[in-house]
Design a protein around this ligand. Structure first.
Ligand SMILES: Cc1cc2nc3c(=O)[nH]c(=O)nc-3n(C[C@H](O)[C@H](O)[C@H](O)COP(=O)(O)OP(=O)(O)OC[C@H]3O[C@@H](n4cnc5c(N)ncnc54)[C@H](O)[C@@H]3O)c2cc1C
Length: 291
């Protein structure tokens, strides 16, 4: 690994100033489970590492009916899936954070780092997208919000401007009769990258017979995580008992642009998109029914 400067700021202002001053080869560090691995492999040449774990705002978990859920960018997975409020209200998010790596990785890896790393296979990103989460970003020119479906711009690239830091993620309070689920296919039980991952969320009507709205997002089938608006729209206003889930799965397959690689062929991935979209929707609907 090439030598680098390391700083651990205590405040958000110090972190932004250090990131800005560090220039193009400065990187924020949360859990380091992507960044350190990439630096060791020489895939990410970094001159200045700004460890943001000491910043209060990146460590917060707060939840209220009015403001929804806020998760600091450096909060590790284990704190998210052990939080009783999150377990009760955001099961789809727990699906994601509890399968990232294994127990050791989950002790360090953050949802914010997962999003900023912008891997097409990032398991946390799909749940953020289907739950309508926004990224709270702050930099030398002030604060702004970015919808999580717009955050990843290319493999390993995100929408942050130089000097900007992801501070936290805001996930709205789910509507009544809502449910969400994320699942992935991997050839092993854990510690593998998604061959395909699918997240689905639904809101049902008061009688729990029809779908009011739905969101579907796909992992590992395009250069970025893929929000498939058309698949969600295909479900709007349809009865649960209808064939709309089948139609949504076809829309998801049409949107997917998979490649052949060592984990699977494009055809295999397309097949998986269909199967997993139906499974994700089934569980999301069951969760909404049981609310
Ligand atoms: C053995 C192993 C297994 C893994 N398994 C999985 C898996 O199953 N699923 C999966 O999705 N991933 C997996 N990963 C990848 C990794 O653990 C996750 O992507 C993790 O969520 C990254 O979070 P982190 O806090 O460690 O990020 P870091 O490594 O600290 O950072 C990742 C990237 O985000 C940037 N960054 C971090 N924080 C900020 C911030 N606040 N503002 C701006 N930029 C920031 C960094 O500069 C870096 O580019 C695995 C990694 C390992 C080593």
């Amino acid at each position: 690994m090439k030598p680098f400067e390391y700083v651990k700021p205590n405040t958000l202002a110090e972190a932004i100033s250090a990131l800005d001053a560090g220039g193009e080869d400065a990187r924020a560090l949360s859990g380091g489970t992507d960044l350190i691995v990439q630096m060791r492999a020489g895939r990410n040449v970094v001159g200045n590492v700004i460890d943001v774990k000491g910043v209060t705002e990146t460590n917060v978990i707060s939840h209220s009916k009015k403001d929804g859920l806020t998760i600091g960018s450096s909060v590790p997975c284990y704190r998210i899936y052990n939080d009783e409020g999150i377990k009760k209200t955001y099961a789809g998010l727990v699906d994601s954070v509890s399968i990232i790596g294994g127990t050791g990785i989950q002790g360090r890896a953050s949802l914010g780092g997962n999003l900023c790393n912008a891997a097409p296979s990032g398991d946390g990103i799909q749940s953020l997208i289907i739950l309508g989460a926004v990224a709270n970003v702050e930099g030398p020119n002030g604060a702004r919000q970015i919808a999580t479906e717009d955050f990843c711009t290319a493999p390993g690239q995100n929408a942050l401007n130089p000097g900007e830091l992801l501070v936290s993620l805001s996930v709205p309070e789910p509507e009544s009769n809502a449910g969400a689920h994320y699942l992935r296919f991997i050839p092993r039980n854990e510690m593998d990258i998604a061959v395909v991952g699918v997240g689905a969320s639904v809101v049902l009507d008061a009688e729990k017979k029809s779908i009011v709205s739905a969101r579907i997002s796909l992992a590992s089938v395009a250069p970025t995580p893929l929000f498939v608006e058309a698949a969600g729209d295909a479900l709007k206003g349809t009865e649960i008992a209808s064939d709309s889930v089948e139609k949504a799965a076809i829309f998801a397959q049409e949107a997917a642009r998979p490649i052949d690689d060592m984990r699977g062929t494009a055809d295999y991935r397309l097949h998986l998109v269909g199967v997993l979209t139906k499974r994700a929707l089934k569980v999301a609907i069951e969760r909404a029914e049981n609310q």
